[in-house]
Ligand binder design. Sequence first.
Ligand code: PEP
Ligand code: MG
Length: 563
Amino acid sequence: MMLHGIGASPGTAVGRLVLLGGIDVDMDGDPETAAPGSVEDSLARLTVAIATSREEIVAIAAAARDRIGAEHAAIVEAQLLVLDDPEWYGPVVDAIRAGATPTAAAWATSQEIADLLGSLEDPYLRERSADILDVGQRVVGHLTGSSRAEALSDLSGDVVIGAHELTPTDTLGLDPDVVRGIVTEVGARTSHAAILARQLGIPAVVGATGLLEFANNGNLVVVDGDAGVCTVNPEPDLVDRARADAASRAGRVVLRQTVTTSDGIPVLVYANASSPQDVERAVRWGADGIGLFRTEFFFMQSQSLPDEEAQAAYYGAAAEAAGGRPITFRTLDVGGDKPVPGLHVEAEENPFLGVRGVRLTLAHRRVFDDQLRALARTAARYANVSVMVPMVSGLEELDEVRAVLEEVAPAAAFRFGTMVEVPSVAVLAAEMAEEVDFLSVGTNDLTAYLLAADRGNKHLHYLYTEFHPAVLRVLHQILVGAGTTPVSVCGEVAGDPRSLPLLVGLGFRQLSVSGPLVPEIKARIQRLDSVGIGRIAESVLRARRHADVEAALEELSALVEPR
Ligand code: PEP
Ligand code: MG
């Protein structure tokens, strides 16, 4: 049986399915209500469950730090704060003293606090609501013997994890040496768990509706993270092909040199990074440079706003790890979905059309000034440093940023560029290109804004796609408008093997992708013939409907030699 979903992390996996139970705790099924113990017993069990949860969080954070970097570990560590918080612990104990079972007390308290936080206007506090539920679920898991983390730590052989949904913490707790694939019923390519799966290099399919209905624990499954298909009880020849594919990717040679298409056109493959550790790993995977260093994760993981000194040290460590390769830092891109401790962002009716990115940093000059000074210091110490600005909507904002730079760091020696994420800047690509050193297309947001479709909205997956004819025409218009000014693509589409022949065919010569994808993308570029794909890409620009684009993509994939 084939379950169709969305390819969220590329690659092929073969393994036995391990289904994880639901995230919602069903209190009707509370095993303890049948045999309640004394209050002392209950409190003792709660203490043990909390201690076990704490050990577990510390272990997951340590593994995450090793595998993919400190900023990801911080996602899990936030849960330690909840366990230590009297606002959570106090009401749980009170409820037990009032006669509730520890399970009911821990879950009801977590839900109440999460509901309360979820209803607040401050996006930072709203975000904490998910942490509280995650902690509640973890503690309840230990009280009832249904811990997800325990189930995940006890795996052996080649396993594919199946679930209705995985939290970022569940994903971070996966050991890529055992967990070969992931398949979930809900989720999006751009959801946090999907991004983490790509960082860990685990093939994943999300949105595979019917998984829990049609598949059982122990079923053999094949996960095709490129096509977005999960096959349950596959035919033997599919298993053989999938195993061969997985083996050939595992043995993929890291290509340290810049690669060219088969007819000699160089295409730079940079990596996206959020920490110095990310940069280090990207270099190991053979990245030609760092095309997008997201600085916001450093802000998000710090307890308060990092000052100029701390930022200079952090950016310096990233530039050092790049070892002279080009590195492009993006100035703070928060607001909307990404709250930062210590930076009060007013709640807005519609944050994705509100004060985010450069709009926010221009309004919080102390934060912006410190960051620009720290970046100028980094550029003074290291070669090949570039800085770009997110969410720019016109030349006026670039003028303002330049004026700030002139005031706070007049000697700044970095190349200066802009992200192209707001459609107005795509329309003005020629004018923008005349005034910057480079453009970098953020297709994640550009697609959302062009189609007026939120990238995380599960009802709009059918609409949110970079393969919409309008998005592809706009990508082409940006390239044409930019003329000789370099343009890179740093949105998630750049690392999608299916879109690669199309992007290179349209004329993009610089891509920035998730680090673990670099070897795969480089290998594929070497198999492209720029003339053949160019012809088909041109025909895509005449596409009127999504289906026309799909047909061209089929034609393109047939043209690219089989592995
Ligand atoms: C984008 O919008 O494509 C992008 C790269 O920025 P982010 O995903 O950080 O919003
Ligand atoms: Mg963006």
